[in-house]
Ligand binder design. Structure first.
Ligand code: ADP
Ligand code: MG
Length: 581
């Protein structure tokens, strides 16, 4: 909650304006029934039509002014709330982009998404209601009660006698109902998750005829949400009718008691009309306060979720040179005895039971050399890349680039070394040129060169518009091989010192794959290549090959060496060559 107020504080001046306007509008609003009473009781009996018209016009003017001020104030409130949500989202997005890999894993992608969307929206709604209601509602309620007391003590007492138990009732119901809405929110999360899985996996669901199963799964989750929602809504719907009952009973009482008192000569008839209006206003304010209360608890939950991300501490600081490890050799890329687990358990005992994604991996690559990594899925191949680029920090062993501990680099400086195509990398919904340039302000020649070298020229210049062709979301209007070539062009375009291709040639046909390797050898001799591949043919000519299995290195060296000494490598090789023949 402190978070929301921190953001609101940045808009102090504008908030003072919108809430000040609301305040004055409320004062005027409060005087309207009073003027009405005055007209009926004091002005009309005078029998002077001109004076009546004058007071009538005055009343219209006050009402007009009140409405005008309310409109202006509400518009300002909406704008302020929008700006608060804007800043929250901007900060949240920035922070998310800077999260370390392990923190990102901890929060998870869907949860981060909903924090940036629906949670921020709850904050916006609350900020808006807060400005519109938090001055006006209590002011109208208290002011209304005081006004009624100044007109007639008995009628005012009836009102208070109804308001206090009603307020208490609403408060108690809300306190019981609000936690139920949190349950609904959780159940909704489940429904959304299942829906997401289904929509993303729609093809496999259809292909495996799992429709019935999936429908049942969805129905169950949906049913659960339906039940908790019904329960919560039934409870939260109680105050509405109760309030109506109280309102109408109160109005009847005011009319009845008022009429008796007028007959007895204890008060004038106009007071009844004025009181009726106040009565209405006051009950509406009670309702509005209740609404603020509900929104506040919703917003507080959302603010907590957003705050968690915003205040999550920097867990990958740039280390001082003294704190960095020094490598045994000064090669461009070097790993020394790295053992790595994605989720580090705190206590050493359970840590030993966790299987590491990499165990005791060492290799070194000089400038211009190349490394192939091969091994079954889940062997830890992609993990090696993540560690080289410091998406995660290692606790055992050291990772070095250019003879320096990666933890001593400024993040941007470190990542400028790399051109990379990740496994399942993404094509953005943008022109091909921008997809390759990627905000690096490359020249047309650089992009053209990269396209040619990535073997993408044939298809790119064949498309309508060439490099201006716009790719759909996730590159849906390109084929798998086209996407890969585009991504390779992106990685090549910056002429990186270290070029990393994670399983990036798998969607290329053998001939293109071979040509690509040839081009890389010709035009990128200065780039140090790390290539993860399924096919031995893609990596057999590289300087060294690292064979990984279950996170361990079971072979390291050039192709011929491995053919002689690594049974596993020989097996894959024979299986693949056999398949080729
Ligand atoms: P490969 O690229 O060789 O197929 P990875 O390096 O992606 O394998 O994964 C190695 C192991 O680490 C696998 O068991 C995988 O489940 C696990 N792993 C990968 N990424 C994460 C992650 N973000 N959180 C937890 N475990 C992970
Ligand atoms: Mg992988």
């Amino acid at each position: 909650m402190a978070l929301i107020f921190q953001y609101l504080k940045q808009l102090r001046g504008r908030l003072a304006w919108s809430m000040g306007l609301k305040f004055f509008a409320s004062i005027f609003e409060l005087f309207l029934p009073r003027i009405l009473t005055h007209i009926i009781d004091e002005i009309v009996p005078l029998g002077e039509i001109k004076i009546v018209v004058f007071w009538g016009l005055l009343m219209v003017a006050v009402a007009g002014l009140t409405t005008f001020m309310n409109v202006v104030a509400n518009r300002a409130a909406v704008r302020n709330a929008r700006d608060v949500a804007f800043s929250v989202r901007r900060d949240l997005f920035g922070k998310t982009a800077r999260l370390s890999g392990s923190r990102f894993d901890l929060f998870t992608l869907p949860s981060l998404t909903s924090r940036m969307t629906s949670d921020s929206y709850n904050i916006q709604q609350f900020a808006q209601t807060l400005q519109a209601m938090c001055v006006r509602a209590p002011f109208l309620m208290l002011g209304g009660i005081i006004m009624m007391y100044t007109m007639d003590v008995v009628l005012a007492s009836i009102l208070v006698a109804i308001i206090i138990p009603l307020g208490l009732f609403i408060f108690l119901v809300s306190r019981k109902g609000i936690p139920l809405f949190n349950v609904v929110q959780e159940k909704l999360d489940t429904v959304v998750r299942i829906m997401r899985e289904n929509i993303t996996g729609i093809r496999v669901v259809k292909a495996l005829s799992k429709k019935d199963y999936e429908e049942r799964r969805f129905d169950e989750a949906n049913e659960a949400m339906f039940r908790s929602n019904t329960k919560a809504s039934a409870i939260m719907a109680l105050p509405g009718p109760v309030m109506n009952l109280c309102l109408n009973a109160g109005l009847a009482l005011v009319v009845y008691v008022g009429a008796m008192r007028v007959n007895a000569g204890a008060m004038k008839a106009g007071v009844i009309l004025g009181s009726l209006t106040y009565f209405n206003t006051i009950l509406m304010s009670v309702m509005a306060l209740n609404r603020i209360f509900i929104m506040m608890s919703k917003a507080a939950a959302s603010a907590r979720r957003i705050e968690e991300v915003l205040v999550s501490p920097e867990d990958q600081p740039v280390l001082e040179p003294q704190a960095c490890l020094s490598p045994a050799g000064k090669e461009l890329v070097r790993m020394e005895n790295v053992t790595f687990r994605y989720q580090e358990a705190a206590d050493p005992l359970s840590r030993q039971q966790q299987t590491p994604a990499l165990r005791n991996i060492s290799f070194a690559l000089k400038e211009g050399e190349s490394l192939g990594i091969i091994g079954p899925t889940g062997a830890g191949k992609s993990t090696v890349l993540q560690l080289l680029m410091r998406f995660y920090d290692v606790k055992e062993g050291g990772v070095f680039i250019d003879g320096r501990d990666v933890r001593g680099f400024d993040k941007d400086e470190l990542r400028r070394y790399f051109g990379v195509v990740f496994q399942n990398d993404i094509v953005f919904n943008d022109s091909l040129f921008n997809n390759i340039d990627f905000g690096r302000s490359l020249s047309q020649e650089q992009v053209d060169g990269a396209v040619t070298h990535a073997m993408a020229a044939d298809f790119v210049y064949g498309l309508k518009g060439g490099l201006d062709f716009v790719a759909d979301i996730k590159g849906a209007n390109l084929s798998g091989g086209q996407k890969q070539r585009l991504l390779i062009a992106r990685a090549l375009a910056g002429k990186p010192r270290i070029l990393i291709l994670d399983d990036s040639s798998s969607a290329l046909d053998y001939r293109t794959d071979a040509q690509l390797r040839k081009t890389l050898g010709e035009h990128y001799q200065n780039s140090t290549l790390i290539m993860i591949a399924q096919r031995v043919s893609s990596i057999r000519n590289l300087t060294n090959i690292l064979v990984l299995k279950d996170g361990a290195c079971i072979g390291y060296g050039p192709h011929d060496h491995l053919m002689e000494h690594c049974a596993y490598y020989r097996d894959i090789c024979q299986a693949q060559m056999g398949a080729l023949e």
